[in-house]
Design a protein around this ligand. Structure first.
Ligand SMILES: Nc1ncnc2c1ncn2[C@@H]1O[C@H](COP(=O)(O)OP(=O)(O)OP(=O)(O)O)[C@@H](O)[C@H]1O
Ligand SMILES: [Mg+2]
Length: 307
């Protein structure tokens, strides 16, 4: 039956991803995915009537944000009513004109600030502040310059909020150093690394606390074009190995098409969603392929720019 076929495909994908992640660390997210998966497997008889779609990891409904004006300045409406669902493990790129509100949106998702109206929830729980299940990666390096790569990566694992979650932070840091391709650099200080290497440490540090969601705000925006290409490939490999849900802000249309399962295209401020463009092309995608070019041109049309 159709429903069963869909459900079984879904289970297979989830099992594969969970396996990929457990190779790195058997942590909370894995447990959640595994237990959900096995409960679905164990209740195969019930699948006939079960809903094949899992609930969204991120649910955003009617989100509006207005910054109050300072002094004589009028208030500024930045988000003009956003509805967005993101499923677990999805790679979503956010693209839109400068100043439309992309950073404001992911900052709200990270739990910093309150919306003027509407709701945001993660796994069915309303976002009311920062939490280790959502971690931001910024464009500008925010590493501690006096800490080594390894110490930067283990820092978050030792915070009070994560007490008891990571029994062997050193071993986990070593796994992450390997995952982001920084073998041999664990004892280096940030100023002994290149910009691309520092950004890899940023990613490793975000992954260290095993968040369900990575919120990435133009993470490769400050890198040179060649390093950027390398890190795009690396990002896909890391995402496939960890099964994180990724929200990735970029201004680079082709980057978005190469990376994303879907691209959310925003209007100018106050941001509304012009279109959610689903990308079903198999990976790895090639920037010079006709299919990538076609999707990129569609995104450019939505943004009213030329490629
Ligand atoms: N804390 C704040 N207080 C007041 N206004 C703010 C604040 N943060 C951002 N803004 C304003 O909100 C608008 C949206 O900013 P935001 O940084 O979210 O845009 P963006 O889409 O990320 O832009 P860019 O692509 O240039 O990074 C801008 O006009 C900005 O001036
Ligand atoms: Mg921004």
């Amino acid at each position: 039956m159709r429903v069963e076929e869909t459900t079984e495909q879904l289970i297979t994908i989830r099992i594969d991803r969970a396996k990929g992640q457990m190779n790195i660390s058997p942590l909370a997210l894995n447990d959640r995915v595994t237990s959900k998966t096995s409960s679905m497997v164990n209740t195969q008889a019930g699948l006939r009537t079960a809903n094949p779609m899992p609930p969204p990891r991120i649910h955003i409904k009617g989100l509006r944000l207005e910054y109050p004006g300072a002094g004589a300045r009028p208030p500024l409406t930045v988000l003009g009513g956003i509805d967005l669902d993101v499923r677990a493990g999805e790679f979503v790129c956010l693209i839109g004109p400068s100043g439309c509100g992309k950073s404001s949106l992911i900052t709200l998702l990270a739990g910093y600030g309150k919306p003027t109206a509407g709701t945001l929830s993660v796994d069915g729980v309303k976002v009311e502040g920062p939490a280790p299940d959502r971690v931001m990666v910024f464009q500008q390096p925010s590493l501690f310059p006096w800490y080594t790569v390894r110490a930067n990566i283990t820092f978050g694992m030792k915070l009070k909020a994560n007490r008891g979650r990571f029994s062997d932070s050193g071993a986990r840091a070593d796994e992450l150093i390997q995952l982001v391709g920084l073998n041999g650099f664990g004892d280096h200080l940030p100023n002994e690394l290149s910009g691309g290497m520092r950004q890899r440490v940023e990613i490793a540090r975000a992954l260290a606390v095993d968040p369900a969601i990575l919120l990435m705000d133009e993470p490769f925006g400050a890198l040179d074009a060649l390093t950027r290409l390398t890190l795009q490939r690396e990002m896909l490999r890391i995402w496939q190995a960890t099964s994180k849900t990724v929200l990735f802000v970029t201004h680079d249309i082709v980057e978005a098409v190469l990376l994303a399962d879907s691209i959310v295209v925003f209007s100018p401020r106050p941001a509304t969603i012009r279109e959610r463009v689903k990308i079903d092309l198999p990976r790895p995608r090639h920037r010079d392929s006709a299919e990538v070019g076609r999707v990129a041109r569609h995104i450019a049309d939505l943004l009213e720019v030329s490629l």
